[in-house]
Design a protein around this ligand. Structure first.
Ligand code: SF4
Ligand code: SF4
Length: 426
């Protein structure tokens, strides 16, 4: 998440990126070592594979006994470590590091089964594909998905991943939609796109709805409200009311997987350099960010910041070796001179945050409870859960308060407390 000063994103109009100002795609050479991150907490006792095992490109690696979480190896090589990895807010992940072999071999488990493009096959092999297809949602009995929204516009600023995929791989998107319809039985497909994409998408034969070019109109909650005419209740997500959001890149991954009989393993990323210049990058999932920087001769200085994700909703990472993940749409490098460090100025009640908030939250009141760590009061009395996480409040705050970090941290802590309570109650 960035502050107002970053590369001249002046209010009031924050426009989404366009492909026109992005150079052609650069392929990053395969790294010597890659790291696959699973959101599953590390659990050494129940691991299903060990160090030194060899893996092939496209091989599904089931992680733990009696759990269905898996990653897909994006390279051929030998597992050199399996360890715990600490992410945002202290979340625990499982990290599998693979030393890449000279010769590549493609795993054929998916090839053998890919004639069957059923929901089971999609669920069992494509959850780790580029774009992170939300495959589990379709068989989640609590969700009852009846509409699929395909996001062809990118949800955060500066990102051009979905725009690139729409421009370069429309046939894979068509194939992916057709497979999804058959596999899920859902025919209510809604495409959401920016004006410049409308023509290309008209060939899909699906309903295409135009999203406004101004941030944050391509965020799911606003698409729900402005295009589908549905309000997502506070604290809920679109899938809780039967709508599944999936990116154009994820749909193309599904289309390409069944077309080529191989699980796709390369991710399209928008790289934003310190001077604001952009590049489109194709890198294997698991590639350390440092290898991408090397390919562009980018040198990081002390206190420069690396952000994974878009400028409004992304998160800082603290290592140049942080790996590309299936949902890494952007990597942004912010020069230390451009970083507006968090201030300890108090809220001046200027009201700017309230004026920009698309959820109409009284943020000046909410922030007082968040600063004091009174999260339950913030949720019960000051609409914490109405926040749709656009980051605009932090962007405009004249006092430089880290409002968005407070909000995310509060939601994370409340979720953790609720999960612990549910576990204790059996
Ligand atoms: S991030 Fe801030 S501006 Fe955006 S919805 Fe939440 S409270 Fe409102
Ligand atoms: S923008 Fe910042 S200073 Fe102004 S009311 Fe909101 S929190 Fe307070």
């Amino acid at each position: 998440m960035i502050k107002r000063s970053f590369i001249g994103l002046a209010k009031p109009k924050l426009e989404y990126g366009s492909l026109e100002d992005t150079p052609s795609l650069k392929q990053i050479p395969t790294s010597k070592e890659i790291t696959l991150l699973s959101k599953c907490p590390f659990d050494k006792k129940n691991l299903l594979f060990k160090k030194k095992e060899t893996v092939k490109t496209g091989q599904k690696l089931l992680l733990y006994k009696e759990r269905d979480e898996y990653v897909v190896s994006s390279v051929t090589g030998q597992v050199s470590s399996i360890s715990s990895y600490t992410g945002d807010f202290g979340r625990s992940y499982t990290a599998i590091t693979i030393v890449v072999a000279d010769d590549e071999e493609i795993d054929d488990e998916f090839k053998d089964i890919s004639k069957d493009s059923s929901l089971e096959t999609i669920k069992n092999f494509l959850a780790f594909a580029p774009g992170n297809p939300p495959v589990k949602l379709f068989s989640d009995k609590d969700k009852s998905i009846n509409t699929i929204v395909v996001c062809c516009a990118d949800s955060d600023l500066l990102i051009t991943t979905n725009r690139y995929v729409v421009k370069s791989d429309i046939d894979a998107i068509k194939n992916g939609i057709s497979i999804l319809k058959t596999a899920t039985g859902i025919n209510d497909i809604i495409m959401v796109a920016s004006q410049s994409q409308m023509h290309a998408l008209s060939t899909t034969g699906e309903k295409v709805n135009q999203v406004n070019d101004t941030y944050p109109s391509a965020l799911p909650h606003l698409i729900m409200k402005n295009i589908l005419g549905k309000t997502v209740p506070a604290g809920k997500n679109p899938e809780d009311i039967g709508v599944c959001f999936i990116s154009a890149e994820a749909v193309a991954s599904i289309g390409n997987a069944f077309n080529s009989n191989q699980i796709p393993v390369t991710k399209i990323i928008t790289l934003v350099n310190k001077d604001g210049s952009k590049a489109l990058v194709s890198a294997r999932i698991g590639t350390p960010a440092s290898d991408i920087f090397k390919a562009f001769n980018i040198t990081l200085n002390e206190n420069d910041r690396i952000i994974f994700g878009g400028p409004m909703t992304g998160s800082s990472v603290y290592s140049e070796d942080h790996p590309v993940q299936p949902d890494t749409d952007a990597i942004i490098i912010q020069d230390s001179d451009d970083i507006q460090f968090i201030s300890d100025y108090p809220c001046t009640n200027c009201g700017d945050c309230i004026r920009v908030c698309p959820a109409n939250i009284q943020i000046n009141l909410l922030v007082r409870f968040l600063e004091a760590g009174q999260y339950e009061e913030a949720a019960d009395q000051y609409d914490l859960y109405s926040c749709i996480e656009c980051g605009l409040c932090s962007y405009v705050c004249v006092s430089g308060m880290p409002i968005f970090q407070y909000i995310r941290s509060a939601k994370y802590e409340l979720d953790r407390a609720n999960t612990a309570e549910a576990t204790n109650n059996g």
